[in-house]
Design a protein around this ligand. Structure first.
Ligand code: ATP
Ligand code: MG
Length: 557
């Protein structure tokens, strides 16, 4: 079978490159990887990278593995490893082979560091952080050689062994590559390859006192795993020179088939932040309820909010891959979600701001069971039971004493309306509280209008939703708005002060009784109200629903 891409997807520069590499015979199949650092929860930006890497492997009959890039013991934890695995699976992807950890390669990294020293391409440097900065020079000015640059190979091998044995303190020295202190790429001015850290590592415990720097570990890990196309975000563009330098100088990897790095622009979404550090700060400062707060752009937050994996994959296709940094409109994400939910979500009824309706000509003590479609355009989804009786709830916004104009399609005194999936009713009078707010509407129903128009041919255009009162379940509704008040809050030094005070509003209303059994995270369309899902904190005593997304775009208004 050919490994060439036959899937009907827009061609981008990465697909062009892969096609070329398969055509020229450089590779017979491709291998990509997703390399998260387990120092936080995944967010929608990571989803872009996951869909890209796993998606390419799938389309080209290649492979994609998962590698935890765990070279910084200070910030990493098993909690993050577990959540990352769960999030990738939830998004619908399966990694090839065993999960890899950069930490599995610690002994190999050490051998490769020794190989560079043996080739006189690395040395142990004792300059402190400030001196190192000073020696590095600037973009306009070449750097200066460290006084340790010419230490002999034998001595460097010994010094590295001492670093490994914990004979030096943290920060006392580092292993540096010997490249070019005058390079126009700052990352080539003798970058650090290894540093000393005494923290306990979540995979290797206290075995190691030295840890490889990201740039050293990343390219070697890719090479060990046989990655063909190493995809990363644009901020690593310059580092590609170092990536290539390291692989070109190691005998095991200096061959045409070694991995090559290609950079694409990262996803930035409006009105939110996308850096793990900033997201962590929101969690730690308790500005949100946790990593899975439904306002967070994390995969776990989106899942709790009612997003579907299909909508996130579709979003990722819609935004595409390019080399241009930009801000993505939240509308694109929400449109992808709406399109999925419109066909997939079951329908139900809930009243968010309820007022009572008494149907005066309906028998007391009678509760009628009616059938309503689960999806109006998809009969195959079947029917659900709803109820009708003398006492119902409708939304406050669906009643006015006097219809304000002819277009008004809701309930008013002497203006008929159809109750969705039930009868036509006509309002006669109403009660108010001391402040003049409507509390109860009195109405009559036309028994001959169930599933059909009135027999005398009169037209009833308006349809409103309702919930029968005796079986209604009380519910808390959590309504969300953008998390930040600014389009690009991350640019502000005090982004945490820009949280939108209206990003969460809590209100109380009622839902159909069947919603007690709703599965948390699965979005339903509450007819006319929007998509909602049961929250994971919901219990039998307290039903909680998150608003997933509105029925129509409300962001651009
Ligand atoms: P850190 O700030 O801790 O480096 P990171 O967001 O870069 O965090 P990683 O765990 O290093 O997180 O990311 C794993 C992969 O996801 C990397 O290949 C990275 O390029 C990619 N990635 C991270 N953020 C985005 C984003 N906003 N858009 C696209 N890809 C992203
Ligand atoms: Mg990173």
């Amino acid at each position: 079978m050919s490994n060439k891409n036959t899937i009907d997807k827009p061609i981008n520069f990465i697909r062009h490159q892969i096609n070329d590499d398969l055509d020229s015979g450089l590779h017979s199949s491709i291998q990509t990887r997703f390399p998260p650092e387990p120092n936080g929860y995944l967010h929608i930006g990571h989803a872009k990278s996951i869909c890209l890497n796993f998606g390419l492997a799938k389309d080209y009959n290649g492979k994609c593995n998962l590698r935890f890039d765990d070279t910084n013991p200070a910030k990493e934890a098993i909690e993050f490893v577990d959540s990352i695995r769960a999030d990738i699976k939830w998004l619908g992807f399966e990694w090839d082979g065993e999960i890899q950890y950069s930490s599995n390669y610690f002994p190999k990294f050490y051998d490769y560091a020794r190989e560079l020293i043996n080739k006189d391409l690395a040395y142990v440097c004792f300059l402190n952080a400030e001196q190192t900065r000073e020696y590095r020079g600037t973009l306009k000015q070449a750097g200066k050689s460290s006084p340790h640059r010419d230490t002999s190979i034998e001595e460097n091998l010994e010094l590295l062994a001492k670093m490994k044995a914990g004979k030096f303190s943290e920060g006392e020295c580092v292993l540096r590559a010997k490249i070019d202190m005058a390079s126009s790429f700052m990352c080539l001015r003798d970058p650090a390859l290894y540093r000393i850290r005494f923290d306990k590592h979540h995979q290797t415990g206290n075995d190691w006192r030295i840890y490889p720097m990201y740039d050293f570990a990343h390219c070697i890990s890719d090479a060990i795993e046989g990655i063909t196309h190493s995809l990363c975000t644009l901020e690593f563009q310059d580092n590609r020179r170092l990536y290539d330098w390291i692989l070109d100088n190691l005998d095991d990897f200096n061959k045409p088939k070694r991995p090559h790095q290609y950079e694409f622009s990262r996803l930035n979404l409006e009105y939110t932040v996308m850096s793990k550090r900033k997201l962590q700060q929101l969690v730690e400062d308790k500005l949100v309820s946790g990593w899975d707060d439904p306002r967070m752009p994390t995969i776990s937050g989106l899942r709790r909010r009612g997003y579907t994996p299909a909508s996130i994959r579709d979003f990722s296709d819609r935004i595409g891959i390019s080399k241009v940094d930009s801000m993505t409109d939240m509308k694109i994400l929400e449109d992808a979600l709406r399109d999925d939910l419109n066909t997939a979500a079951r329908r139900t009824m809930g009243v968010i701001d309820p007022i009572r309706v008494i149907i005066e000509n309906y028998p007391e003590d009678q509760v009628e069971t009616l059938q309503a479609p689960i999806h109006p355009q998809n009969e195959a989804m079947g029917k659900r039971e709803i109820f009708f009786s003398r006492e119902l709830f409708i939304d406050k916004a669906d009643f006015e004493e006097i219809a304000p104009n002819k277009k008004f399609k809701r309930l008013a005194i002497n203006k008929e309306v159809r109750l969705r999936n039930a009868y036509v009713i006509n309002a006669t009078t109403f009660d108010t509280d001391f402040d003049g707010n409507v509390t109860t509407v009195y109405a009559t129903f036309d028994a001959d209008t169930l599933g059909k128009n009135p027999a005398d041919g009169r037209k009833v255009k308006g349809v409103i939703h309702f919930v029968e009162a005796t079986k209604a379940l009380k519910a808390e509704f959590r309504l969300y708005d953008r998390l930040f008040t600014l389009e690009n809050p991350g640019k502000n030094d005090h982004f945490e002060q820009l949280i939108n005070p209206e990003s969460l509003t809590v209100t109380y209303g009622v839902v159909e009784p069947s919603m007690a059994n709703a599965e948390p995270g699965r979005a339903y369309q509450f007819e006319r109200e929007g998509y909602f899902c049961k929250d994971s904190e919901s219990s039998d005593n307290q039903l909680i629903f998150n608003k997933t997304v509105s029925l129509r775009d409300t962001w651009s208004s």
